[in-house]
Write a protein that binds this ligand. Structure first.
Ligand SMILES: Cc1cc2nc3c(=O)[nH]c(=O)nc-3n(C[C@H](O)[C@H](O)[C@H](O)COP(=O)(O)O)c2cc1C
Length: 259
């Protein structure tokens, strides 16, 4: 069983919408015995007054906050980042700054990571925000899994509509005033990022081998069940035969007595 955490910071909900789509993509067509996927949010650093001033809605209460204890329990991550000045928001860098102990102990070393973003505008940091995040990944020894073009070639090269997302990871454009929300194409790219990520994680953690083991185990259990039910049938039929034989013996005995 591989545990995947989608960890995100979102002020207005754009990143949260992409997170949910990525989660759907991960779960699509996958054996749920082999993976678990959960969404977490990065703790807020702004005061309630500031959040009110910038018209930020209340954070969703169905998405738990990530903690360092929780973080280390997971085998793979997808980080959702809402751009600030072309780079990570304070909420994210504040969280990373609290991971010194994990960094010293190499607790995250070698775990794979996908990334996705939300920016206000095109050219506002779709790719560079992800590039700027790599420093944290590299220092922790985390392994960046880019989206690439292969799973989303048609979507990324579709210029019929404005959209975020790049080979670096899925993305959305919130607009200058935050009023634009992910369109169908951006949601599709996010879904496909999830779908592709779990396939690559499956190879990384040899889940295909584990799946074969489960199939084998299930086959053995089924075969054992068939053998047991055949044995039960044989025992039942033997019991019937014994019962019939007894009846015949008793009948003959009665006949002898009456003669
Ligand atoms: C202080 C601040 C700085 C920002 N800097 C940028 C920026 O450099 N480029 C950009 O495209 N959008 C920028 N934005 C817009 C945010 O990226 C946008 O609100 C965010 O992507 C919305 O996603 P969310 O609702 O998930 O937080 C900035 C917003 C704020 C509040």
């Amino acid at each position: 069983m591989v545990k995947i955490a989608i960890i995100q910071y979102s002020t207005y909900g754009h990143i949260t919408l992409l997170s949910k789509e990525i989660l759907k993509g991960i779960k699509f067509n996958q054996n749920s015995n082999l993976h678990q996927v959960d969404i977490f949010q990065i703790p807020e650093t702004l005061s309630d007054d500031v959040l009110t001033l910038i018209n930020a809605p209340v954070k969703p209460n169905d998405i738990p906050l990530i903690t360092l204890e929780k973080l280390v329990e997971y085998d793979a991550f997808i980080f959702g980042i809402s751009t600030r000045f072309g780079t990570l928001p304070t909420q994210w860098s504040n969280f990373w700054d609290s991971t010194g102990d994990l960094w010293i102990n190499g607790s995250l070393h070698g775990k794979p990571v996908g990334l996705f973003v939300s920016t206000g505008t095109l050219g506002g940091g779709q790719e560079i925000t992800i590039r700027n995040s790599l420093s944290y990944l590299i220092h922790h020894g985390l392994i960046y899994i880019p989206l690439g073009y292969k799973p989303v070639f048609n979507e990324l090269t579709d210029l019929s509509t404005v959209h975020g997302g790049s080979p670096w990871g899925s993305g959305t454009l919130a607009g200058g005033d935050g009023s634009r929300f992910p369109n169908e194409l951006e949601l599709k790219i996010a879904f496909k990022q999830g779908e592709d990520f779990i396939k690559r994680i499956a190879k990384f953690y040899s889940l295909d081998k584990q799946e074969n083991e489960i199939v084998k185990e299930n086959k053995i259990v089924k075969e054992n069940d068939i053998i047991k039910s055949k044995e039960r049938e044989i025992i039942k039929s033997n019991n019937e035969k014994t019962k019939n034989a007894c009846c015949i013996v008793m009948y003959l005995a009665n006949s002898v007595i009456s003669v």
